[in-house]
Design a protein around this ligand. Structure first.
Ligand SMILES: NC(=O)c1ccc[n+]([C@@H]2O[C@H](COP(=O)([O-])OP(=O)(O)OC[C@H]3O[C@@H](n4cnc5c(N)ncnc54)[C@H](OP(=O)(O)O)[C@@H]3O)[C@@H](O)[C@H]2O)c1
Length: 285
């Protein structure tokens, strides 16, 4: 019985990254569909749940991806609403690597020092990775702020995470180097999750910071998000601060993503979203 992974992407083109990791995680075939939304997913789900005998259904699984976190969440709900007792397959949500990247970064930070009671700032935290990472740090007991170039975006992201995880995040507008430096003034932890190739802090904004303990940067595309750090940093001490670079924790992200794909095929009743993926990340870290 072949292991089939149906990749439902909310973007027009199913992510190549997610396809490759689907194979590397153990699927025999990865079948990608683009522009999938709650209105057109029904027939695809039917095809996945009706085709194999109960004990063989674990060999079919669904992966939900795409660049829009909100669209991914809506699609996950729509897929689950199509299931009924005896007719379901396992599903993973990881829009833009949101859950696996956020879980790997936060697990590495939490493995370096406790996050409980710390002030954390997620720079440009309005994308899929930043939103999930902010929620995960809040679930670990940190007081978390999300910055954006526009207050409205930050408020929207905080509201979405409150709705999904019941966590209180603080929105902050910060649209240039000075305002981002001001946003991290009292922080113990900074996680940078800006778009690829965008520098959000210069070295002088953090190197002499009196309270900052840890920094992590998700952006591996030059220039890095936090100037003066290196993508390869794996808990490296720089200016007395612990640094995790994008490749430094990216090894865990990839291992985690592959491990989740492998686990999808262990039974047909699993839903891999932030909580389960984060728990697995902490074990693997
Ligand atoms: N290390 C890994 O394993 C790994 C895996 C996956 C992704 N990534 C990286 O993780 C990062 C976050 O991914 P994502 O998909 O969440 O990011 P994203 O949605 O592309 O961008 C995140 C936020 O960056 C802000 N932004 C965009 N252009 C900007 C600019 N010119 N100046 C300042 N801010 C800007 C936007 O916020 P506002 O418009 O609200 O300001 C946006 O919401 C990316 O760098 C991605 O490449 C890393």
């Amino acid at each position: 019985m072949k292991k089939l992974l149906f990749q439902f992407d909310t973007d027009a083109n199913p992510s190549v990254f997610d396809t490759v990791v689907g194979y590397d995680g153990g699927a025999d075939h990865v079948i990608g569909y683009g522009n999938i939304n709650p209105d057109n997913v029904g027939a695809l789900v039917d095809g996945a749940i009706f085709t194999r005998a109960p004990k063989e259904k674990k060999n079919t699984a669904i992966f939900i991806g795409g660049s829009n976190m909100d669209a991914g969440q809506q699609l996950l709900l729509a897929v689950q609403q199509h299931f009924f007792p005896g007719f379901q397959v396992s599903v993973m949500l990881d829009s833009n690597g949101s859950n696996t990247t956020a879980a790997a970064a936060v697990a590495k930070l939490a493995g370096s020092r406790s996050l409980a009671g710390k002030k954390a700032v997620v720079l440009a935290g309005t994308g899929p990775v930043g939103q999930r990472a902010a929620a995960m740090m809040a679930l670990e007991g940190a007081q978390v702020s999300i910055t954006s170039r526009h207050l409205f975006n930050a408020e929207k992201a905080c509201f979405a995470m409150k709705q999904r995880f019941n966590v209180e995040l603080t929105p902050v507008e910060a649209n240039d180097f000075e305002s981002r430096a001001a946003a991290i003034k009292d922080a113990h932890i900074v996680l940078s999750t800006g778009a690829a190739g965008v520098e959000l802090l210069k070295p002088e904004h953090w190197q002499q910071h009196p309270y900052l303990e840890m920094l992590a940067d998700a952006n591996a595309t030059p220039p890095v998000g936090i100037g003066g750090t290196d993508v390869m940093d794996k808990g490296q001490l720089r200016n007395g601060k612990i640094i995790w670079g994008a490749i430094g924790f990216g090894t865990l992200k990839l291992a985690l993503h592959r491990a989740c794909i492998a686990k999808l095929f262990e039974s047909n009743k699993q839903i891999f979203d932030a909580e389960i993926i984060f728990e697995l990340a902490k074990q693997m870290a």
